[in-house]
Design a binder for this molecule. Structure first.
Ligand SMILES: Cc1cc2nc3c(=O)[nH]c(=O)nc-3n(C[C@H](O)[C@H](O)[C@H](O)COP(=O)(O)O)c2cc1C
Length: 353
């Protein structure tokens, strides 16, 4: 089984990808960038383009970034998608991923992300356009989708459409847009969707996504900062997803599992799932140090570097027993000195779970 690090806006940027790859990358086959919007004026935002530039990749960690990193594109216009894919090909990438899953209203209202799932005629036309125009280019297209917009039965038509085009890989998040990232997974519908996709001749590799986590996810520490606590907490309701997945008829069709929140909570999760050793306290401490260093070069103000790290801490409290007051101190830190004092304190005072 292959494991992928899911794209997560604002989180899986190059400082994280570099730090994670250097320490835990052995068991991750691909890292996805958060989505880059292909704007109508054929320009990327500077910040988004920066995330894909090869000069920001740790080439010691990524010996073959062209296959190990996949830029994700957000677009609903053939011409802008094709332009963006070619820009990424020029940077050396061998694959781009089309975002058909983002549930945010600002995205879906403009007919992008999972908003594209609502109008299947247009989706079909759009896919026809991009696969046709990029047919002779040196770049593969993969797709990340959901089972539908508001109803899982929409997946039947969606799979029939996907099956018509030569996607390299089809990642399916086992929910519909209206679930966002919460609530029970729709594994039966996922199973059916994969069957229909194959019956219709769909040949892409299948990647599963949703709630793969071996331990409960943190999230209690951040409520007033930038993080959406509801989203952050949702992956912990279902620790046996993997077992349920294994019982599906379609399990044999799944060649990869994409993990998001589970890897934020436990950066060694893919190693553990591959039968390797459990995360140690020292590893986590070193990883957090590396993340800090990476973000320090990425974000100018110290305070904002700390806020970025707090987004990570939102997933990490479950590793520490009786940690409430120590977590609070981390949350309250406003300088690098305060932050590291609080982090050292939690590691020296709490049992590591
Ligand atoms: C904060 C956050 C940001 C995300 N950003 C993206 C994104 O840029 N592109 C995308 O396709 N999915 C995005 N996702 C969805 C994840 O890639 C993944 O599908 C989702 O977290 C479910 O997987 P998990 O249960 O393993 O976390 C995001 C999810 C979260 C919580």
């Amino acid at each position: 089984m292959k494991y992928y690090f899911a794209p997560m806006e604002g989180i899986t940027l190059y400082p994280l990808r570099n730090a994670h790859r250097a320490m835990f990358g052995e068991n991750i086959d691909k890292y996805y960038t958060p989505f880059l919007t292909a704007h109508y004026n054929f320009k990327f935002k500077k910040r988004e383009k920066k995330d894909a530039l090869p000069e920001n990749i740790d080439h010691k960690a990524f010996s073959n970034y062209t296959d190990q990193i996949v830029p994700q594109i957000m677009s609903n216009i053939v011409e802008t998608f094709v332009w963006a894919a070619r820009e990424m090909a020029d940077l050396g990438y061998n694959e781009v991923n089309l975002n058909l899953g983002c549930p945010a209203a600002t995205v879906t209202n403009s007919g992008k992300g999972s908003g594209l799932l609502r109008d299947t005629d247009y989706l079909n036309e759009f896919l026809g356009g991009i696969f046709d125009q990029l047919r002779e280019d040196d770049i593969s297209i993969s797709i990340k989708t959901r089972l539908g917009f508001s109803d899982e039965n929409e997946s039947e038509e969606l799979m029939k459409i996907y099956a018509r085009y030569p996607a390299k890989e089809l990642t399916i998040h086992a929910r519909v847009r209206e679930d966002f990232y919460k609530g029970p997974l729709r594994l039966d519908a996922f199973d059916r969707a994969v069957r229909i996709y194959r019956e219709c001749g769909g040949a892409a590799a299948i990647c599963y996504n949703g709630d793969i986590t071996s331990s409960s996810i943190g999230g209690a520490i951040l409520d007033e900062e930038k993080v959406d606590k509801n989203i952050m907490n949702e992956a912990d309701h279902n620790n046996d997803t993997l077992n349920k997945l294994k019982s599906l008829n379609s399990f044999n069709e799944i060649s990869a599992i994409m993990i998001g929140r589970g890897l934020l909570s436990n950066p060694a999760l893919s190693r553990e799932l591959s039968g390797g050793p459990k995360l140690t306290a020292l590893e986590l401490k070193t990883y957090l140090q590396k993340l800090y260093e990476g973000y320090e070069n990425y974000i100018p103000e110290e305070r904002n570097v700390i806020f970025k790290l707090l987004e990570h801490w939102a997933f990490l409290d479950s590793h520490f027993a009786d940690s409430e007051k120590y977590i609070k101190a981390i949350r309250k830190s406003r300088s690098k000195g305060e932050y590291f004092a609080a982090v050292n304190n939690i590691f020296s005072s709490c049992d590591f779970i």
